[in-house]
Design a protein around this ligand. Sequence first.
Ligand code: ZN
Length: 146
Amino acid sequence: MDLTTLYRTVIMDNYKNPKNKGLKRTDDYHFVHLNNPSCGDDMNVEILMKDGRLEEIHHDGHGCSICCSSASVMSETLKGKTVEEAMTVIHDFYELVKGENPKDEEALGEAIAYVGVRDFPARIKCATLSWKAVEQAILEVEHERK
Ligand code: ZN
């Protein structure tokens, strides 16, 4: 299996069988909604922070396969990470899909599958929508804590 096929498999698996999908919307969770009008993607993300770590990350939404699968991969990749670790991975993911070099490719895990997005600039917003949502959620929780 070549890398392109492997990456396509990761994306399709997460699209067909998304992980951490479905919201709780209880008071413990911080919720963010973002959309991407250029593609019609609509994404909700909620996070539960515990002891400075992302204890739970849930997503729900609709849109293209890149957007929906990416939300699943994002939730799996960032779950359990500290705020600092998560922020590094989030920004590395932005670098990856823009065609720049991520600082720590290993920490990206399955998210590395989106490397091909760099060849389709119109899809960058699809790939990053859930990551932008989780980033905003983390920043808002951090802001509230201070
Ligand atoms: Zn899309």
